[in-house]
Design a binder for this molecule. Structure first.
Ligand code: NAP
Length: 294
């Protein structure tokens, strides 16, 4: 069994981006990080993104409205960023408070600044295999992890557990693309799928993104399969100071011995999500510069 080291691969991508940004003269890439309220998980995610920006040389503009901000006020903030030529990318950290419609917020961000890849236009471009769009960071990170670990999906059966807009659906679309390293046969499963274990057992590559701690057990996985564990779940653990530990959607101790490659949690997909956000920001910057000098 080989462990796919997301920390190491993400560090390589960050170093590549840093070298690329260092060659640019004039204005550096800029991302606006919008965090509504101070939910501890969101604070931690945004801090990680801010640190990655600093390491690469991307300017991060931090906007932290109170949790009581109305949807219209948040729209006004986004509108301002949309028309600001010095801002290349806009990220609104989810989850948002319940009184704000998340999909409406994703759509409000100008598609060419949507470095999270959740805008209708970018999801459409993904379906059309148009590379000018932005792909959601977690599924893009999964594909990059696989490619940089030498896992070619062509002709392989990829089974995705989960059909969310953020992970499952785009991951399936990416694996399906008519591109080198993709070209997989894809099955996407969800909570209404029957005979789940019979399907997951057929997977050459199993991508688990359901948000259920240690749900995937050894009897659900084909020996020799590649397993990508996207899940991030907190489970109570009295031995930890925090009172909990982080675990994935895969029961790592029993699944890992029989697979060919597997990602750990933490240290697998998580760091790749941040690295791909940085990659999307540098792409938005390049596209922005090209459009203003054209
Ligand atoms: P989500 O929006 O809650 O979607 C979960 C999906 O799993 C849904 O499609 C759901 O089916 C399906 N599902 C739930 N229970 C199932 C079951 N028993 N059998 C089969 N399918 C089941 O979650 P998400 O945003 O995609 O996130 C999934 C996990 O990935 C979470 O743990 C999240 O924290 C983690 N995550 C990690 C990163 C990272 O950077 N590492 C990024 C994003 C998410 P229905 O559609 O039928 O409800």
């Amino acid at each position: 069994m080989e462990l796919i080291d997301g920390n190491k691969i993400a560090a390589t991508i960050i170093a590549e981006l840093k070298a690329e940004v260092a060659t640019s003269t004039g204005r550096k890439p800029c991302i606006a990080l919008v965090r509504v309220g101070d939910d501890p998980a969101s604070v931690s995610y945004v801090t990680k993104k801010e640190k990655a920006c600093a390491e690469i040389g991307i300017t991060s503009r931090l906007i932290f409205p109170a949790v009581t901000i109305s949807q219209d006020e948040l729209f006004a903030t986004i509108d301002q960023l949309n028309t600001d030529d010095t801002v290349d990318g806009i990220l609104v950290q989810s989850p948002l408070p319940k009184h704000i419609n998340e999909i409406a917020v994703f759509r409000r961000i100008a598609a060419h600044k949507d470095v999270d890849g959740f805008h209708t236009m970018n999801l459409g471009k993904l379906a059309q295999e148009d590379d000018t769009g932005f792909v959601a960071c977690t599924p893009a990170g999964i594909m990059e992890l696989l490619q940089r670990s030498g896992v070619n999906l062509t002709g392989k059966h990829v089974v995705v557990l989960g059909r969310s807009l953020i992970v499952g659906k785009p991951a399936g679309l990416l694996a399906l693309q008519r591109k080198p390293w993709a070209n997989a046969t894809v099955t996407i499963c969800h909570s209404q799928t029957t005979n789940l274990a019979a399907i997951t057992k057929q997977a050459d590559i199993l991508i688990a993104a359901i948000g259920k701690a240690e749900f995937v057990t050894a009897d659900m996985v084909k020996p020799g399969a590649v397993v990508i564990d996207v899940g991030v779940n907190r489970v109570p653990d009295d031995t930890k100071k925090s009172g909990f530990r982080l675990t994935g959607d895969v029961h790592f101790p029993t699944v890992s011995p029989s697979v060919s490659k597997i990602t750990p949690v933490p240290g697998g997909v998580g760091p790749m999500t941040v690295a791909m956000l940085m990659k999307n920001t540098v792409k938005a910057y390049r596209q922005n510069l090209a459009s203003t000098t054209a």
